[in-house]
Design a protein around this ligand. Structure first.
Ligand SMILES: [Zn+2]
Length: 136
């Protein structure tokens, strides 16, 4: 998305497109990707923006609240922001720290039998940890 497109996108979703939000939006909505808040901060700096760390965090939280990005929690210390909103699964490479999308239909899990009594399944999202194969 161009800066203008990001502005229109934010406006359509009830987010006032301030210049700082546009700076963050230009980074996170540029392509399908998974970025930590730190990576977003670095990318805004590289793009010449001086948006503060706190503002980046607040903006990412706002985008989440509005359903424009989703979070993927790999472990308690690592959270990624994902502009692909549709439900999907992930591979997480523990060597490279990289997340890769798995489309919903790429993985089937039948958990019906395992559901706690009196509950129903409302969603399922899986993070599969992988590592680089060691060369033989
Ligand atoms: Zn994803």
């Amino acid at each position: 998305m161009t800066r203008d497109e990001v502005g229109q996108f934010l406006g359509r979703h009830g987010v006032t497109p301030t210049s700082q939000r546009l700076d963050v939006g230009e980074v996170i909505f540029s392509k399908p990707q998974h970025l930590s808040a730190e990576q977003v901060i670095t990318a805004t700096r590289v793009a010449g923006s001086r948006v503060s760390k706190a503002t980046v965090y607040n903006t990412l939280n706002l985008f989440c609240e509005k359903g424009l990005v989703r979070t993927v929690n790999v472990d308690p210390e690592r959270q990624f922001y994902d502009p692909t909103i549709l439900s999907h699964h992930h591979f997480f490479n523990v060597d490279t720290g990289e997340l890769t999308d798995i489309p919903m239909e790429g993985l089937s899990l039948d958990v019906k039998r395992e559901l706690p009594p009196g509950t129903e399944q409302v969603g399922i999202e899986v993070v599969i940890q992988v590592r680089d194969q060691s060369p033989e």
